[in-house]
Design a protein around this ligand. Structure first.
Ligand code: MN
Length: 231
């Protein structure tokens, strides 16, 4: 069977490799740092994690040592950065036990969950889905994935983002409410995880707006940095 239109498979870069990571789905965790839950107006008690999705083609690859441009998105005046640890899944599974969860991890990356905050909050307050606020084009910049076989499993260490050189978000990954293992275990009760899935694990406090011409530089110790300019 011939395709009516060309098939475009989104991919992410793999650090130090000429193979690419084919992106199947992008899952995102909401309110996974207590101080960010509070700044969004919520009690950060340890209620079960919740998830939303972005389309796979929202990925924007940011090669090491480069700055990539993303367009300021339409229909917003509050375009916010959310710096996050991203988990790349390399092995299929469902109902994955916590103690085996890390066996399903291919690697880790630093990423940005870009958000039209004004739309997200308006949708949230009306009990509507978040897609218009979260799942727009170019909303998932990501640095090259580092293989867990090379960098180990990442559960602590600094996570930060600056805008034009000024600190906006800075925390330690040990402050995640739900750990990577717990996220994988819980998410895999709802969906069969497959190789190619990415999980954005949530953002710490300090989310805020970026304007045209500004540059976000974020990183995670051990995983490198990414740099994105808004055009
Ligand atoms: Mn987020």
């Amino acid at each position: 069977m011939h395709l009516e239109f060309p098939l475009h498979t989104p991919t992410a870069l793999i650090h130090g490799s000429d193979t690419a990571f084919p992106v199947r789905r992008i899952y995102c965790v909401g309110r996974n740092y207590a101080a960010h839950a509070r700044e969004m107006g919520f009690d950060p008690s340890r209620e079960p994690p919740f998830f939303f999705c972005k389309p796979a083609d929202a990925i924007v690859n940011v090669p090491s040592g480069t700055t990539v441009e993303v367009p300021y998105p339409p229909n917003t005046t509050e375009y916010h950065h959310e710096i996050e640890l991203v988990v790349a899944i390399g092995r299929s599974g469902h109902d994955i036990p916590i103690e085996h969860a890390l066996d399903h991890v291919f690697g880790y990356a630093v990423g940005l969950d870009m958000t039209r905050r004004d739309l997200q909050l308006a949708l949230r307050d009306k009990g509507r889905p978040w897609e218009l606020g979260k799942a727009f084009d170019h909303s998932a910049p990501i640095a090259p994935i580092r293989r867990a076989s090379e960098v180990g499993h990442i559960d602590r260490g600094p996570l930060w983002v600056q805008v034009d050189g000024k600190d906006r978000q800075r925390t330690d990954l040990s402050k995640l409410i739900w750990s990577v293992s717990e996220i994988i275990a819980n998410l895999s009760t709802y969906f069969t995880l497959e190789p190619g899935d990415l999980i954005y694990t949530g953002t710490p406090e300090g989310v805020g707006p970026v304007q045209r011409g500004q540059t976000m530089t974020g990183g995670i110790t051990g995983l490198g940095e990414l740099s994105v300019t808004v055009r």
